[in-house]
Design a protein around this ligand. Structure first.
Ligand SMILES: Cc1cc2nc3c(=O)[nH]c(=O)nc-3n(C[C@H](O)[C@H](O)[C@H](O)COP(=O)(O)O)c2cc1C
Length: 392
């Protein structure tokens, strides 16, 4: 029977499934529910020092569904970080750690570009006993107007500076949550890791416009006739998230993406941060989805929109499916297969070469079977020999 326990950055989780920051971690009540249902950890909704600056609108979600089954596969939100009072959050973090001392509670924090504010939020939050921090450098809408969220995550220099402030003040592990709204996600991640973060979390939502209403001609979701681009999540983003996690893992642990296959089978890119972690996020709804992110380097896997669709109890089915996958392949622990598939990326030129060589080998094999003189015909190989002389 597979062991789903994960040891990462000094934290121990009963399984790799973590609630991603957002509505499923919006207060102590629902976070408690997540622990009761068996989630390995919870990243709470992002908090800031002054919640009065955070003003949400409604509607703030828009969804894409398949035509026939009406299943939701794309989800856009223009929701901001938590609009709940910071002191209330501190009380709730304390209460949760009292009630669930051995469960992993991660505080997601965000502040303006101001050292005192970041140091204050780190110091006051860690006093509550939370297990780790996730730094939200990635919310793509609303907050960038205040130079927060993705506005910081898109600037490696500012990111490095803020991560240094945080890491100097933090006594617990720090993960930097990356925005996918960049060309090379490795650049801000490298800045965060160089500045001392234990890990990176990726991805946050992808900047999107859900659509335009063809009756009113107004883009969705419409708030008093107007809108802003929002963040796209759910199953539709999974392939993009897998690619970005693979790019991060290749940079951190080594891999072969974008490199020729080495004749001795070794990996071409040596990892720059082999002892740091990745918390993988984006469109995860099943144990099989999670297995893919772990194969590409994730130590933990976060789920946000999936919980909004299926509820907290989904974690049981995810654990069963991940366990079944591990049993099938003989993996005893999550660590045993983490990053396993990073070797199987290469360059397009290599794919062309491999395919040409495979075709040539097949041709040579066929040629070897062709009868060229009477004495070569044998009764045993007669069918193969006839086949080799035939035109397909
Ligand atoms: C409605 C909504 C609100 C979110 N709020 C936050 C947030 O406050 N902080 C944060 O770091 N990420 C936030 N996210 C992003 C998610 O944590 C996650 O990175 C993203 O949605 C991709 O994962 P998913 O496909 O499992 O939802 C939010 C996502 C949604 C859908």
């Amino acid at each position: 029977m597979a062991d789903l326990t994960v040891h990462v950055d000094g934290l121990t989780l009963p399984n790799p499934f973590v609630i991603g920051s957002g509505p499923p971690g919006t207060n102590a009540n629902v976070i408690g529910k997540a622990f009761d249902e068996g989630w390995g950890g919870v990243v709470a909704k992002t908090v800031s020092l002054d919640a009065s600056k955070v003003i949400n609108v409604a509607p703030r979600y828009a969804r894409l569904r398949t035509t026939e089954s009406r299943e939701i596969y794309g989800w856009q939100n223009i929701e901001l970080i938590s609009d709940r009072d910071f002191d209330l959050w501190l009380d709730e973090f304390r209460m949760l750690k009292d009630k669930y001392p051995d469960r992993i509670l991660i505080a997601s924090i965000m502040e303006e570009y101001n050292k005192d504010a970041w140091v204050e939020i780190v110091e006051r939050t860690q006093e509550t006993g939370v297990d780790a921090f996730e730094l939200n450098f990635s919310c793509p809408h609303g907050l960038p107007e205040r130079k927060m969220g993705a506005a910081m995550g898109q600037d490696p220099d500012i990111l490095a500076e803020v991560c240094t402030w945080v890491n100097d003040a933090a006594k617990i592990p720090v993960w930097a949550k990356m925005t996918p709204n960049v060309t090379h996600i490795e650049d801000p991640a490298r800045a965060a890791l160089t500045a001392g973060c234990q890990g990176v979390a990726a991805i946050n939502t992808i900047l999107s416009t859900m659509g335009v209403d063809l009756e009113t001609l107004r883009p969705e979701p419409t708030v008093e006739g107007y809108t802003v681009p929002g963040g796209y999540s759910c199953t539709a983003v999974r392939p993009i998230a897998l690619r970005m996690v693979m790019e991060l893992a290749t940079m951190m642990y080594g891999g072969n993406s974008g490199q020729p296959i080495q004749p001795d089978g070794s990996i071409a890119v040596k990892g720059e941060f082999p002892d740091r972690s990745i918390s993988a996020i984006g469109g995860v709804e099943t144990g099989d989805d999670a297995a893919q992110f772990i194969l590409l380097g994730g130590s933990t896997v976060q789920v946000c929109t999936g919980v909004m669709k299926h509820g907290y109890a989904m974690v049981k089915g995810m654990c069963d499916q991940l366990s079944a996958f591990m049993d099938k392949h003989g993996f005893k622990t999550v660590e045993e297969f983490r990053g396993h598939s990073l070797h199987y990326f290469t360059t397009h030129a290599e794919l062309v070469r491999l395919q040409r060589e495979a075709k040539e080998a097949k041709k040579a094999e066929r040629k070897a079977k062709m009868v060229v003189e009477d004495a070569q015909w044998t009764g045993d190989k007669f069918v193969d020999q006839s086949d080799a002389l035939s035109r397909d």
